[in-house]
Design a protein around this ligand. Structure first.
Ligand code: GLC
Length: 543
């Protein structure tokens, strides 16, 4: 079967763990590595009673003052003591490997924390040897930053530093100064950091803002354009997706290829999906997987998701492989976002069926499998700097970072102490323990889908073809590998839908129900008369 030849990052399901929020072992209210070790059985214990994921992606675990959830690193070769020690990390790595699970580390290569000793030195004087490790420039006039580039979050991307009367560049928040990748010492150091963790045995990296590493050397201003938020009023021609950043991804790939079976997936922050495709390089020479926001930002419409998938399928190079997710630590949780205005539980099941039967590597975000909703975190408990800055605008990210809901006890079983963010009110009702015992739960639906994916080469490795002629509100596609044919029908509407005689495959044949949100597994189905019940996800296999 073709699936046997697939590398893990193509055939596996990735589970994203927000380390501060998953499980706290020592009662300080902060999730930690030991907490994750204690919960590995939940993720994969080798039997069908666990979730059955193949890899975990950990949000940043490096030393950090944690002013942005760890995306502000102060030492790349240390583990954040709030999460545990290097030995804990090694133990986690080992424990995962013994279960045949891979570990993907978040790597923040674009910027450091302003508390990183390199930056402390760099800002201390203009002639400090580390001055050029960051991007320093004179203003273009008194009180005017070097150019008009904007920070993703807000305002100018340049921050004035009174000590040396120059500006430094930060693509994100002011306490996240950008490293100067044009300095060969910086490049060498950061490649060294990647090598350090590869030597330790991590299986791959999630590369934060990979298309932001380099900016235009001449600091040319971006052309103006119309957009929704101020950052979008510019076409980001000169401050992101520069050719040198792709070159850096290639260099990282050459390093990674020296180790067996490792993979890199990159966050390509862009509004142009072609940028993300570009990071797959010219033929297995850049990132293994790249992702961008499009799929996760679509509204609850069959056509919207079909278009997103269709675009990617049509534009991927032959060596490219899709990667899909509905949630991450930056987005409002899909249970609420996609569920609004309908039956959220039923929609969550349809969404899961889509995520786990499409061609491409699926990423599940902790808590998604139990339908954790977008939480409302009161202002005084907010941790995310974006949430605090823009309050009362609901743009903060804490709502998708609340403690994992393990059980209905105090603090949802996340901690014995005071949790860093309040537990969501849904925890009594929506938690792992409760859903574990309910065959119809969302958790058991995820488990079944992951198991099915593991059993069916067509789902993991097969080709993808959208079925034409489906009625409005239905997304349907065929997955094929060898003789195996699987058809997926997703009803995005709350109405019953009858599909017209579908020319799915030239030969007819009997189709059998593999799984459906509404039960009835194993029944035979006539493809000329498929009937979908409201909010139903139905997966069929040709008998
Ligand atoms: C990425 C991360 C986000 C972080 C930002 C700055 O977009 O996903 O959480 O705040 O980079 O590192």
């Amino acid at each position: 079967m073709p699936v046997l030849g697939l590398p893990w990052w193509k055939k596996g399901v990735i589970y994203q763990i927000a380390v501060p929020s998953f499980a706290d072992s020592d009662g300080d209210g902060m999730g930690d590595l030991r907490g994750i070790i204690d919960r590995l059985d939940y993720l994969n214990d080798g039997t069908s009673s666990s979730l059955g994921v193949d890899a975990v992606w950990l949000t940043p675990v490096n030393a950090s003052p944690m002013r942005d959830f760890g995306y502000d690193v102060s030492d790349y070769r240390e583990i954040n003591p709030r999460f545990g020690s290097m030995r804990d990390f090694e133990e986690l790595l080992d424990a995962c490997h013994r279960r045949d699970m891979k570990v993907i580390m978040d790597m923040v290569l674009n910027h450091t924390s302003s508390e990183h000793p390199w930056f402390v030195e760099s800002r201390s004087s203009r002639d400090n040897p580390r001055r050029d490790w960051y991007v320093w420039r004179d203003g273009r006039a008194q009180g005017k930053p070097p150019n008009r580039w904007l920070a993703v979050v807000e305002g100018s991307a340049w921050e004035y530093d009174a000590t040396t009367r120059q500006y430094y560049y930060h693509a994100f928040l002011p306490f996240q100064p950008d490293l100067n990748w044009r300095n060969p010492q910086v490049r060498e150091e950061m490649l060294g950091v990647a090598g350090f963790w590869l030597d330790k045995g991590v299986d791959g990296f999630r590369l934060d803002l990979i298309n932001f590493l380099y900016e235009d050397e001449l600091l040319r201003d971006n052309p103006r354009r119309f957009g929704l938020r101020p950052y979008d009023w510019q076409r980001h021609l000169y401050d992101r997706s520069r050719p040198e950043s792709l070159e850096a991804a290639r260099e990282l790939r050459r390093l990674t290829d020296r180790y067996p079976d490792r993979a890199m997936m990159g966050e390509v922050y862009t509004d142009d999906p072609r940028d993300a495709v570009a990071y797959l390089g010219g033929g297995d020479d850049a990132l293994h997987l790249s992702f961008y926001l499009d799929f996760a930002e679509r509204k609850w419409k069959a056509e919207a998701f079909r278009d997103s998938v269709g675009w990617l399928e049509a534009h991927l190079p032959p060596w490219g492989w899709p990667c899909y997710y509905l949630n991450n630590h930056d987005l409002p949780r899909s249970y609420t976002r996609l569920g609004r205005g309908g039956d959220a539980e039923a929609r969550a099941k349809v969404a899961a069926a889509m995520l786990l039967t499409l061609r491409g590597t699926p990423i599940i975000y902790y808590g998604e499998e139990i339908g954790m909703p977008a939480s409302r975190v009161p202002r005084k408990r907010m941790d995310d700097p974006i949430g605090r800055k823009f309050w009362p605008l609901p743009v903060g990210r804490d709502g998708s970072r609340t403690p994992m809901q393990w059980n209905g006890e105090k603090n949802a079983g996340f901690t014995s102490g005071e949790p860093r963010l309040p537990v969501d009110l849904s925890c009594g009702d929506r938690n792992v323990e409760r859903q574990d015992g309910d065959p119809g739960s969302l958790l058991n639906w995820y488990r079944s889908l992951i198991r099915l994916r593991g059993e069916k080469p067509a789902l993991r490795a097969g080709s993808y073809r959208a079925l034409a002629g489906t009625p409005k509100g239905v997304f349907a596609y065929l997955r094929e590998a060898g003789e195996e044919r699987i058809a997926v029908f997703l009803n995005f509407t709350a109405r019953e839908v009858t599909l017209p005689g579908l020319e799915v495959v030239p030969e007819r044949g009997v189709w059998r129900r593999l799984i459906s949100t509404l039960g009835g597994d194993g029944d035979g189905v006539d493809l000329q008369r498929v009937r979908l019940r409201p909010d139903e996800a139905l997966v069929l296999e040709r008998a």
